[in-house]
Design a protein around this ligand. Structure first.
Ligand code: PGA
Length: 251
């Protein structure tokens, strides 16, 4: 079994003010097992600085939920990698299905964002996944293949293993409907195979997470699958007790 440290990432989406972030971390951080899996908190932009400060004395790291590929420029409303680095942020979620669906995030933009994040020293968590119609019409493999090939096209082979990929079937996000272990394993195995076709070393090293209605009750089974190296957790990560229980399930 390859020695990949699991990652549990909390995707808070547009939830939690600075005060709520601090309250969460005051309760959650003391519950972190030592040693244990990697833990990444992804709060909204305004809470990043405070989250970095509060996590500094812990094993938890902090990631943003989006970034622009240029270091600076006339891009109103956007945030760049150097700005995130200055805050002490370690990573960035890219290509979440909500960004693809509601904000027009394209594979072309992601192909630029991935290398930009890596060049800056930010660990990218790239989200991919099919919607319900695509799954029902047996398009899952084609969708995942297209997203992985397009989004990672300009990431050099040497850096591929540094990317984290989150397989998030859209029909399982926030719905309470989790992929079955067979579905999650099959998709994550496919993704690892796609990485392997470019670099055998990267395929062994790369961490592939499952995301979509992960809860304390189903986390252990999903994270225990051979090609699943952790979870990207939305709703259940908003509660410090629930997220700590999910981290425990991976420990
Ligand atoms: P969920 O969200 O855990 O609430 O389904 C997962 C995600 O969108 O990353």
């Amino acid at each position: 079994m390859p020695d990949r440290t699991p990652i549990l990432a909390a995707n808070w989406k547009m939830h939690k003010t600075i005060e709520e972030t601090e309250r969460f971390l005051a309760e959650f951080l003391p519950k972190l097992p030592e040693p244990g899996p990697e833990v990444v908190i992804c709060p909204p932009f305004p809470s990043l600085k405070s989250a970095v400060e509060h996590c500094a004395q812990s094993r938890a790291r902090v990631a943003a939920q989006n970034m622009h590929e240029e270091p600076e420029g006339a891009f109103t409303g956007e945030v760049s990698a150097p700005m995130l680095l200055e805050l002490g942020v370690d990573g960035v979620v890219l290509g979440h299905s909500e960004r693809r669906q509601y904000f027009g995030e394209s594979d072309e933009a992601l192909a630029r964002k991935l290398p930009a994040a890596l060049r800056a020293g930010l660990e990218p968590i790239l989200c991919v996944g099919e919607n319900e119609t695509q799954r029902d019409s047996d398009e899952t493999e084609g969708i995942l293949t297209r997203q992985i090939e397009a989004d990672l096209a300009d990431v050099p082979e040497d850096n591929l293993g540094e990317v984290v990929i989150a397989y998030e079937p859209i029909w399982a996000i926030g719905t309470g409907r989790t992929a079955t272990p067979e579905q999650a394993q099959e998709a994550c195995e496919l993704i690892r195979g796609l990485i392997e076709s470019r670099s055998g070393g990267a395929a062994v090293a790369i961490r592939i997470l499952y995301g979509g209605s992960v809860k304390p009750g189903n986390a252990a089974e999903l994270i225990g699958l051979p090609d699943v190296d952790g979870a990207l957790v939305g709703g259940a990560s908003l509660d410090p007790g629930d997220f700590a229980a999910i981290v425990d399930a991976a420990t």
